[in-house]
Design a protein around this ligand. Structure first.
Ligand code: NDP
Length: 279
């Protein structure tokens, strides 16, 4: 099973399918990531906020894989947006992961109601990590078009990706259109809405017809839309299932039926109001 690469606007590439570790307990993370790597995943999505960077690093170190064959993403936590804090937090992330560089580092949330609405100086600090090579690419997460427009107007490096909530109940047409126009790759978080889309009758019927599971159909829908996904699972069977999505194709009519399920329904917070600083 070969995972396609997506080309980023900075010349780098990213595997279109990865493995997400949000809500995996630190004690279970090294094993889960090791299993994912054995199955063939080469792209891991973590964050300081998830509290399991050290354990991701342990799994990477014991994998025996070449660092250059892996794509590791982490994210700046909400309490560290001020430039000096961001520099310290990034050093800590590299140290916890046991790596001398990450492939991608993101501002986790824009927090427009905190830091006097200043996520621009935070982005300029990530530009430093990009320029010194310790983050091969940099991007943002949960940025809406108006947040992205401001970076576009006030900074020099374009985000390589925007990682946003996307699934059949939340198609995010406006953010995705803005990203496409500006060559920003879209990463779809909670790609199966943490399981909420899996019992939908339309998706169930398509899955029955094509002989795949509902999760595989939804993940395939994302892939054919060109987005990057990293479903989370602690079950090796489901990790395998989620990996086996490159041996079938959805027809246009099925793609349209799934896209038609959009009801603008989030499972997570709204980026314009979310302001949590985890303790
Ligand atoms: P997902 O949409 O990936 O769903 C994960 C849930 O679905 C888990 O409960 C898992 O259970 C279950 N599941 C996984 N595969 C299957 C399957 N084949 N059949 C049935 N159930 C399945 O949700 P996440 O929120 O974890 O999103 C994925 C990743 O996105 C995160 O891990 C994280 O990396 C990223 N993310 C980023 C955010 C951001 O703000 N930037 C916010 C949220 C997520 P089980 O483990 O028991 O298999």
């Amino acid at each position: 099973m070969t995972v396609p690469d997506i080309h980023l606007n900075d010349g780098k590439t990213i595997p279109q399918l990865g493995f997400g570790v949000f809500q995996i307990e630190p004690k279970d993370t090294a094993e889960a990531v090791s299993q994912a790597l054995q199955i063939g995943y080469r792209h891991i999505d973590t964050a300081e906020m998830y509290g399991n960077e050290k354990e991701v690093g342990e799994a990477v170190a014991s994998s025996g894989l070449d660092r250059s064959d892996l794509f590791i993403t982490s994210k700046l936590n909400n309490g560290f947006h001020r430039p000096d804090d961001a520099r310290r937090a990034f050093d800590q992330t590299l140290s916890d992961l046991g790596l001398d560089y990450v492939d991608l580092f993101l501002i986790h949330w824009p927090l427009p109601t905190r830091y006097d609405g200043d996520y621009v100086s935070t982005w300029q600090t990530l530009e430093e990590f990009y320029r010194d090579g310790r983050s091969r690419s940099i991007g943002v997460s949960n940025f809406n078009p108006h947040h992205l427009r401001r970076l576009h107007e006030e900074t020099t490096v374009r985000p390589a990706v925007d990682q946003i909530e996307v699934h059949p109940f939340l198609a995010q047409d406006d953010v995705r259109a803005f990203c496409h126009e500006h060559e920003i790759a879209v990463e779809a978080w909670s790609p199966i809405a943490q399981g909420a889309v899996l019992d939908d009758p339309t998706i169930t019927e398509i899955a029955r017809r094509v002989g795949k599971s509902t999760a595989q159909v939804v993940l395939r829908w994302h892939i054919q839309r060109g987005d990057i996904v990293f479903p989370k699972s602690v079950s090796p069977e489901r990790m395998k299932e989620n990996f086996e999505i490159f041996d079938f194709e959805l027809e246009d009519v099925d793609m349209a039926m799934i896209t038609g399920l959009d009801r603008h329904e989030r499972t997570g917070p709204d980026p314009d109001t979310f302001d949590l600083i985890p303790s």
